[in-house]
Design a protein around this ligand. Structure first.
Ligand code: FES
Ligand SMILES: [Fe+2]
Length: 352
């Protein structure tokens, strides 16, 4: 992999990307740049989410300056109305709709409180949607609608999220755990990505662990697993189980468990939409805890943003991405190579 910075790399387009929270898109259209494309999100009269290129075919007015009305999205300049397929359904003052009166539409799926767009030209493949275990199921508390705008290319963000080694240093004010410093990280492939994880073994439970589950006088094992899923989902899976218990989904769900999701959507080559969603199986319905946790997560993610943005600037200034490689680069490297392969698949598919 090149050690030069490159902000002209193609995105993997035949994939689902989070474009906005469902709650953001009500009666007014929302403008958003996704994979460097101007997109408008809106709702049809029946509530279905639509996503069109944010450009009227007439004078190229941004459709996001229009209104949701008259059975679709009405351009704010001369009133042409488009449905969620980008087809023009009416033009004020004329009956004939020219065949060129259409705009590009993006297939959408509304799931996990988010509107997802399929950004490629191939047929949208629903099996490529991410999974969020526990979402919408009893016994799990969800924090959603989390968003930050990060001033760094999404590859820098993925390097950050797949690199557990930075937590001790960058997040010493928030989630940093000096005890984890010297425990090696194992890396393995999963069905649609990779996992970098470590188990802290035979340690005392934290006060929060003790409050959330009855570990008696015993000690616990704590898993911290950093997952990457193509094309740009990252989640941290933290599970606390009694020491000696078998390590499987069942015991981890019976213990104290947290999934912290980040859906990274490239906005441009140098900026990223950082959608975050947090789900846990303890302190369910505890609003006070939700508020404290939200503030602490926001602070942690902002610490990452400050570092990632500074790295972005330095890469742009120097034209380099790094000058040396460390053992901890293995998981980030694997993730970036997987993205490169997806981009290559897109290229081959388009050429044929
Ligand atoms: S620019 Fe949209 S209808 Fe004229
Ligand atoms: Fe971080």
């Amino acid at each position: 992999m090149s050690l030069k910075a490159d902000f002209t790399q193609e995105f993997a387009r035949n994939q689902w990307y989070a474009a906005g929270w469902s709650a953001e898109v009500g009666t007014r259209p929302v403008a958003r740049r996704i994979l460097d494309q101007p997109v408008v999100l809106f709702r049809m009269p029946d509530g279905t989410a639509g996503a069109l290129e944010d450009q009227c075919p007439h004078r190229l007015a941004p459709l996001s300056l229009g209104e949701c009305t008259d059975g679709g999205l009405r351009c704010g300049y001369h009133g042409m109305v488009f449905d969620q397929n980008g087809t023009c359904i009416s033009i004020p003052g004329q009956d004939v709709i020219p065949p060129t009166a259409k705009t590009r539409s993006y297939p959408t799926i509304e799931r996990f409180g988010l509107i997802w767009l399929w950004m490629g030209r191939n047929v949208a493949d629903e099996t490529r949607m991410p999974h969020v275990p526990g979402y919408g199921q009893p016994g799990w508390e969800i924090l959603e609608n989390g968003y930050q705008h990060h001033l760094a290319n999404y590859r820098i963000e993925i390097e950050n999220l797949m690199d557990p080694a930075h937590t001790t240093f960058l997040h010493k004010e928030t989630i940093g755990n000096p005890a984890a410093k010297n425990i090696p990280v194992e890396v393995s492939k999963t069905k649609s990505g990779i996992k970098a994880y470590r188990w802290l073994q035979n340690i005392p439970p934290t006060p929060l662990d003790r409050e959330s589950r009855d570990f008696g006088a015993g000690r616990v094992d704590r898993q911290i697993a950093f997952h990457f899923q193509l094309p740009a989902t990252s989640f941290v899976d933290i599970a606390v189980i009694p020491t000696g218990a078998e390590r499987n989904e069942e015991t981890m769900n019976a213990g104290v468990r947290t999934f912290s999701y980040k859906f990274l959507t490239p906005e441009t080559q140098t900026t990223t939409h950082f959608f975050w969603l947090h789900i846990r199986n303890f302190r369910v319905g505890d609003d006070e805890f939700n508020r404290t946790l939200t503030a602490s997560l926001e602070k942690t993610f902002e610490e990452d943003n400050v570092m990632a943005s500074a790295i972005q600037s330095e890469q742009e200034r120097s034209g380099l991405r790094q000058r040396t490689s460390l053992a901890i680069d293995r998981a980030p490297m694997m993730a970036l190579r997987m993205i490169d392969r997806l981009v290559e698949e897109d290229r081959v598919a388009e050429a044929t």
